[in-house]
Write a new protein. Structure first.
Length: 401
């Protein structure tokens, strides 16, 4: 008999509205034997059926809902069906790239599962107790439905430990014949290392925004902060930028970035790679009077959780204020946050406050900015209206006026 968790009075409202997370504080009772990752029935305090979920005894997210359908069993057929739907979505909407997010966790009804495809290699992250429990079945279904040559695991994110799971990496199916892959995105080729690169090896979520940069960069002097392996830098150079200065504190990432110039037949004299702390360099450039036509700010996750928000807000404001003071008239700022804990409203507030302070600090009351566009991830990173946490990548394109 399937075990049951019972929610406290009023705690059923969020999951009944199809938010997939059940927090530990919402659970007041248990029935039956429950093990990590196993399927439980979720009921309200009145006994009303809410959903079927994967149980996680260690995490503050105590259960993640698989299905709100009382007649839908959570079995091999369930995962086969969900994965097939996810793949069909990508086939319909994602083109001109060999780097695709095939499965995006909660947005595809598979909480905690990330699957990225690089050519014929799949890179998976099993980030919750539920998908870990069903890992063998999921891997077999992925192999059957994609016919990819290799399935590689990168379950090395810290969130695994909060689930009571050990970190894991390595080949799950097939053979990884080359740890450096070349993928095509629009008109650019990128080098990807699925074994040790950030996330699964690449920031697939910025594809549309890199294309935007390529379209706008002709003749511009561009500064790309927190550039990692130079995704935006290559896009700017491909788009005809006169100079691109790319900054990161990882020499290894910059080495990969510079190697991609020859791969794409780009002029190395127009690219400068700077191994330095971004905050220090922004201050140095600002005080030195440097001016740019486009500045890209794509920092790491400053707020991994809500308890880091105050510090993160200060950091976001600092880098945006400095960048705004270095923009030429009609210059463009593309600024991002990938912190899930920072919602859209707070991100906007922080950027707009930075704009106000930029004018004050520069003693230029005419220094202003207009929002041209809101930026986010591509269609292979779908968002659920019931799950705002999935909208983690937030960005704005602003023009100095």
């Amino acid at each position: 008999m399937q075990a049951t968790i019972i929610l406290g009075a009023g705690k059923e409202r969020s999951p009944m509205n199809h938010h997939p997370w059940i927090f530990a504080s919402a659970v007041v009772g248990y029935e039956g034997k429950i093990t990590s990752g196993s399927t439980v029935t979720v009921k309200s305090d009145s006994g009303r059926f809410i959903g079927r979920a994967a149980y996680s005894p260690m995490s503050q997210i105590r259960a993640r809902i698989w299905s709100w359908d009382e007649n839908e069993p959570i079995d091999h057929a369930f995962f086969k069906r969900k994965i097939a739907i996810a793949l069909a979505h990508r086939k319909k909407w994602v083109v001109q790239t060999s780097a695709i997010r095939l499965i995006f966790g909660e947005a595809d009804g598979l909480p905690g599962l990330i699957v990225d495809q690089y050519n014929q290699t799949l890179v998976c992250q099993f980030l919750s107790a539920g998908v870990e429990f069903w890992k063998e079945a999921i891997v077999q279904i992925l192999e059957d439905q994609t016919a990819c040559h290799c399935i590689y695991e990168r379950s090395d994110a810290a969130v695994r430990e909060r689930e009571g799971l050990s970190l894991a990496s390595g080949v799950l199916k097939g053979e990884l014949t080359d740890t450096e892959l070349i993928v095509q995105e629009n008109q650019i080729q990128y080098l990807i290392d699925p074994t040790k690169g950030h996330k699964t090896g690449f920031y697939i979520d910025q594809r549309d925004n890199r294309l935007e940069v390529a379209k706008l960069s002709s003749g511009l002097r561009v500064l790309n902060m927190f550039c990692y392996t130079g995704g935006f830098s290559l896009a700017a150079l491909q788009g005809g930028a006169s100079e691109v200065i790319s900054v990161d504190s990882s020499g290894d990432a910059l080495a990969i970035a510079s190697r991609q110039l020859a791969l794409n037949h780009l002029d190395p004299s127009k690219a400068k790679w700077v191994d330095e702390d971004a905050f220090d360099l922004l201050k140095k450039y600002r005080e030195g009077g440097e001016q740019f036509d486009m500045i890209i700010l794509d920092p790491p996750k400053f707020a991994p959780s809500a308890q880091h928000l105050l510090r993160a807000k200060k950091a976001y404001k600092e880098i945006n204020r400095s960048a705004m003071q270095m923009l030429r008239p009609n210059g463009l700022l593309l600024t991002f946050s990938c912190s899930g804990a920072m919602d859209l409203e707070l991100f906007d507030q922080t950027v707009f406050l930075a704009a106000q302070e930029a004018a004050t600090h520069k003693k230029d009351p005419k220094l202003g900015f207009r929002v041209l566009k809101r930026l986010t991830s591509g269609l292979d990173h779908p968002k659920l209206s019931s799950f705002p946490e999935g909208n983690y990548l937030k960005g704005l394109m602003l023009e100095r006026i």
